[in-house]
Design a protein around this ligand. Structure first.
Ligand SMILES: [Zn+2]
Length: 458
């Protein structure tokens, strides 16, 4: 990976673009090989700035009159990736969806920072596996290893910066990405170390282990959507909440008391983070995470009350309320939502109708994730043998109907046990489909367990 990085460094030296400093407009264009849909959407934060459709050569172009310099991201669903934009940039990208991140290359003005960011992103993926092995080391040794990984990346960045090809803003952002990325490992260490060594208590840490915490900036607006920064915040708040509770709340078993633990997190975000977007996003993250884990109705009510109290003006409030209402509707003994599925003969049928007279287990799959589909099929085959009286029904999501029909045929699936959902978002929101192995158990239109899992619930 490091060698790859240096290739890139060598490349940009010979192919530096000229920035048009007189113009504030920005051109973001490129080519998508093997597109998975017909468009590219450019975002700054949560705001979609523009959408471009691919032409017959799978090329697109977006022109903006001006930009706020900084991190943006583009989506070509189901994937997305960063792009750093500055005034006057004219940047081209090329990618192949079969290897989305690995194939992504930028050229033109702004290529240096963007290729560097992609490299860092890919390095992080490899690094995670390496660091996972380091977690069993003693804390001092671990900290040294993490520090040296960080230093070598900062060194590459420094070289790039000294060639004067990066703006100050781009340099600072890339630097923050490297630093916060390495701090994530430090925050995670106590938990993974205990898990990997099987130690009964948390290993005591050297006094300087968390020294970097003095330099944390909780209010840097430009970093809100930078993945290492945001992920760091999640780990950091998790660590602080857990350790704080352990120290101050006595005999609370956190694993069994998700409400208590998540209430700590809400209070902590409230006290530490003032920058509105980051604060809203972190509050939202805790809420979604907690609500989807599923707790009883009384507890989720208490949580939502706290959420409203501390984050009443949250910009994601609509989404949180909808999720909360949805979860309340999916409690045991309530009616299944009124949703329509289609059979392989393209006949509509109500979801609840499929549950008449028999305990029915719904599971979900998509034509674009065949690895998951194969695992799921094996698991369902086992469950069918174990529970011959149950009905198992696969619901296909996010797949073109004709492709789904041909998969039902080619995979030898029984057409009476397979149905197709037209509108993914409606299904996802009404049935609260938050993870790939989710299942829903119902009978005669009544919910028995809407938060089951094909691996854990049987
Ligand atoms: Zn506590």
């Amino acid at each position: 990976m490091t060698r790859f990085l240096f290739c890139f460094l060598a490349l940009w030296i010979v192919s530096c673009g000229e920035k048009d400093s007189d113009s504030s407009s920005v051109i973001f264009a490129g080519e998508i090989v093997n597109p998975t849909n017909d468009k590219i959407v450019l975002f700054r934060g949560d705001e979609a700035l523009d959408t471009a459709y691919l032409d017959q050569f799978n090329r697109f172009a977006i022109k903006l009159d001006s930009v706020v310099e900084g991190l943006h991201h583009f989506q070509h669903l189901p994937e997305e990736q960063y792009v750093y934009l500055e005034k006057g940039d004219s940047i081209q990208l090329r990618l192949n969806t079969i290897n989305f991140d690995e194939s992504l290359v930028f050229s033109g003005t702004g290529e240096e920072i963007n290729n560097f960011m992609v490299e860092m992103f890919l390095t992080d993926e490899t690094e995670e596996r390496l660091v996972y092995k380091f977690y069993k080391l003693e804390p001092g040794v671990f900290a040294t290893k993490i520090d040296s990984l960080k230093s070598s990346k900062l060194q590459s960045l420094e070289t790039l910066y000294q060639e004067n090809s990066l703006s100050e803003g781009a340099y600072q952002m890339a630097k923050a990405g490297i630093e916060y990325g390495s701090y994530i490992y430090m925050e995670a260490y106590p938990f993974y170390h205990r898990k990997k060594t099987g130690e009964k208590i948390f290993h005591s840490l050297p006094e300087d282990f968390y020294d970097y915490r003095e330099s944390i900036n909780y209010n840097n607006e430009g970093l809100t959507y930078l993945r290492p920064y945001y992920n760091f915040m999640k780990y950091h708040l998790g660590n602080l909440s857990f350790m704080g509770c352990k120290k101050n709340c006595g005999d609370i078993k956190l694993g069994e008391n998700q409400l208590h633990f998540n209430q700590h997190k809400l209070k902590l975000i409230d006290s530490l983070v003032k920058q509105k977007e980051l604060r809203d996003n972190l509050f939202r993250n805790v809420a979604v995470d907690y609500l989807l884990k599923y707790d009883n109705e009384e507890n989720i009510g208490k949580f939502i009350a706290d959420f409203h109290k501390l984050s009443g003006n949250n910009s994601h409030m609509g989404e949180i309320n909808t999720l909360y209402e949805g979860i309340k509707r999916m409690q045991p003994s309530k009616q299944l939502p009124e949703l329509v599925l289609y059979s392989a003969e393209e006949q509509p049928i109500a979801l609840s109708e499929l549950t008449h007279g028999k305990k029915t287990v719904f599971y979900f799959w998509s034509g674009s994730e065949m690895g998951h589909f194969k695992n799921m099929s094996r698991r369902i085959a086992k469950l069918k043998t174990k529970y011959p009286k149950y009905n198992f029904i696969g619901i296909n999501l996010r797949t073109d109907m004709n492709r789904w029909k041909s998969l039902v045929e080619s995979q030898n699936l029984s057409p009476t046990e397979q149905y197709w959902a037209k509108d993914y978002d409606t299904f996802r929101h009404s049935l609260i489909i938050s993870e790939p192995n989710k299942s829903i158990i119902a009978k005669d239109g009544i919910i028995l367990d809407a938060f089951a899992n094909v691996y854990q619930s049987f």
